[in-house]
Design a protein around this ligand. Sequence first.
Ligand code: SF4
Length: 443
Amino acid sequence: MTPTAQTAVVKEVAKDRSMLLQKEMMGNHYDRLADVPNSRAKVVSTFVPGNLNELILCFDLLNNLPEQNAIQAGMRKKSGGYIMEAEKNGHSEDVCTYVKSDLGMIMRGNEGPSGKLLPDPDMLLLSYTGCFTFMKWFELLRERYKCPTAMLHIPYEGDGKITDNMREYVVKQINNEVIPMLERVSGVKFDIDRLRQYMRLSAKAEDDLVWVLQTGKNKPAPIDAYFGAIYYIGPIFGAYRGTEAACDFYKALRVEIGERLAAGKGPITPDGDMGEEKYRLVVEGPPNYTHFRDFWKMFHGEGAVIVASTYSKVGGVYDDGFRHEPDNPIESLAEYCLTCYTNRNLPQRIEMIENYINDYQADGLLINSIKSCNSFSAGQLLIMREVERRTGKPAAFIETDLVDPRYFSPANVKNRLESYFQMIDQKRASAGAAGQKNAGVAA
Ligand code: SF4
């Protein structure tokens, strides 16, 4: 029988409970944004790295994240059209495609991922954490919306450390600029005890997230810390950090991953449980979203699991011990912004990746270089060579884009990955041969 639209069976995408819950939470947030004309809630647009969600919650404001809107547009195959729209209106090919997807979406009427209209922001809150594009992006939005704009300047960790001066500089800006503007826009008086309570909830969820991400150290790893982690980080990097809902989500996620671990299972993939774990990788750089499932398949189809990634730290590097701290809430928010991955210098990034390779017993490093993301791409070749030199593990470099479908070439990426897996096999074979030879000499 020739398959027809009626007879063809559409294969279900396998998802764990947490992935369904995450989807529901994101959907609920988009519904809240769409309901603004009725609820009259005020909206603040802000970015993921360095976001001050606990503070935003103190003023009953809704957070709208343009990066997340672009990711959702990429996954729903809408970003390509938005990017063309932005380019038609004069935005260059080299500009970060998150920006063009966002601007194109606005130019075409600002229909959000849920298919409902997104509200105009009442305020733009920019925590500038190392990516110059953030600043230019919000300049464009400010021109359009003409709303109050707070620019929280975070000094770059050029020397790889945070001084008291740097911390005080950020604290002063939060106290003297950001909080007064949030009060003016929302009409709500700042209450530090309310902030402390949100910080307490943040720390609780952060503990569980770290536990989950660190299960990647096990063999087999019960999680995929790059593709799977996109689902895990969604609530805490988005609108939910500091809420009871986030605590419930991460508690449930921890139980779920604990069950996988106890059963000796690998990660869930869109095609079901992953088979034998053959390669353990650390990945640097954001993923491609327009071909997310195809891209993931190129890994899990070969038995490759990502045991740790830098991208899963982009909304907070918690595995080196940082937690939002209710006793010193403003200082802690400053510390959070200062320690963002995008605010770290190259030696710090190299050290972080080197530690991941060693601690997670990875076979090597893969860099997914994003054509239009200067913040991640700068220095990636240097990072690759230095990590290879320090660990002796093979590294490879592929190039894709975040949400521009024109820059995802499946054949090229697949070829590169297959060669890389062969390289790992060869390295193992020669290490095994050298081990036997040495054993022979010793005998
Ligand atoms: S970090 Fe990269 S992807 Fe994010 S806004 Fe900056 S350039 Fe764009």
